[in-house]
Design a protein around this ligand. Structure first.
Ligand code: DX5
Ligand code: ZN
Length: 222
């Protein structure tokens, strides 16, 4: 099943609450929350307190993407803030299993992300601990970038690894997703699509979400 996760990084932050309800009413399945520390990526966004206040007024599944160094230090904060899924970056720490265990034991879904240059096979030993994998389709740090076609190799490889191991793991893609690239990513095996600019900057968010969903569903081969 295809799920759409609008990224608030592209919203009007002066009206954060209204922007979140706008995409919720427009048919979003998840809400993608990009946390950046200015160390792991060259940008700073927001932290757990902001997520906590949005949590009070939204029923969406909170898909928290941690682009921070040593994410283990902050897992409990994001759990308390109301995260439903927490993604850590493969490149941000060494103790992946321990951090995933912290997330899981808090009753939150686990996910690991790889940057475009990280080969998907590094995730193989972690698959038993994962509910989702996030394949970056741009360099993390900024919204509004161009989708990198070469990252589809990682999606295809993960889809095969998941199938072979008989795991139930979602594959999320993040960066430069629109109707055209959603079709490409779904054909490679992705079923959770993050969309920032293409949803929040669209005139009609409902149409944007349903067009992206339709393009992906028509091409999803799993
Ligand atoms: C980039 C973020 C993305 C970003 C996507 O580091 O992880 O979630 O907001 O934005 P668009 O869809 O505009 O590329
Ligand atoms: Zn993201």
């Amino acid at each position: 099943m295809i799920k759409i996760s609008p990224s608030v990084l592209a919203c009007d932050f002066s009206r954060l609450g209204e922007e979140v309800s706008r995409v919720e009413k427009a048919g979003a399945d998840l809400l993608h929350l990009d946390v950046m520390d200015g160390m792991f990526v060259p940008n700073i966004s927001f932290g757990p307190d902001v997520i906590k206040s949005v949590r009070k007024q939204s029923g969406l599944i909170f898909d928290v993407h941690l682009m921070i160094e040593n994410p283990g230090r902050y897992i409990s904060k994001f759990v308390q803030a109301g995260a439903d899924i927490i993604t850590i970056h493969y490149e941000s720490c060494e103790n992946h299993e321990a951090v995933l265990q912290m997330i899981k034991s808090a009753g939150v879904k686990t996910s690991v992300s790889i940057k475009p240059a990280t080969p998907a096979f590094v995730l193989e030993p972690l698959l038993p601990y994962l509910d989702m994998v996030l394949v970056m389709t741009v360099e993390p740090g900024f919204g509004g970038q161009k989708f990198m076609l070469e990252t589809m190799e990682n999606v295809r490889l993960l889809r095969n690894m998941i199938k072979t191991g008989n795991y139930e793991i979602d594959i999320e893609v993040d960066g430069g997703i629109n109707t055209e690239t959603a079709a490409i990513a779904a054909a490679a095996g992705a079923n959770v699509l993050v969309a920032g600019s293409s949803v929040f900057h669209a005139e009609d968010a409902k149409k944007a979400i349903s067009d992206i969903r339709a393009a992906a569903e028509a091409n999803y081969l799993v």
